[in-house]
Design a protein. Structure first.
Length: 127
């Protein structure tokens, strides 16, 4: 749920990803609550396969989550574009399975709100 844009953190001089709650959902209290809960759940986790939340904020009626920027493609895009090698699939499965060591409630909330798996060369991240 949300639109993701590449942005620059001008104070720290780095690229970040901005996930925006679509404008038509800002008045929907349930969707806004889920959006904030996604950020809270993700920010409590410290795992190499889960991106870092830098900030959750609001500017006027615009609600956003600022996260680390990870350059890559989603698993869906990768599967659509090329046939993956079995070694790459197994490597990815091991990394995703590693998230199973997280507290169950955190993983459950994270997968409900943000189930996309991204691929970055030899690493995978859930974002």
């Amino acid at each position: 749920m949300g639109e993701v844009y590449l942005a620059e953190d001008t104070q720290l001089g780095r690229q970040v990803a901005l996930k925006l709650l679509p404008a038509n959902l800002t008045d929907n209290k349930e969707r806004l609550s889920r959006f904030k809960q996604e950020a809270r759940a993700t920010s409590t986790l410290n795992h190499p396969n889960i991106l870092t939340i830098h900030e959750i904020s609001q500017e006027g009626s615009l609600h956003f989550i600022a996260t680390e920027f990870i350059d890559g493609v989603t698993l869906r895009q990768q599967m659509k574009n090329t046939r993956m090698k079995i070694a790459d699939v197994l490597d990815m499965m091991v990394q995703v399975a590693g998230t199973g060591r997280m507290p169950k409630e955190d993983l459950s909330e994270l997968t409900k709100s943000s189930p996309t798996i991204g691929i970055i060369t030899n690493y995978t991240h859930i974002f």
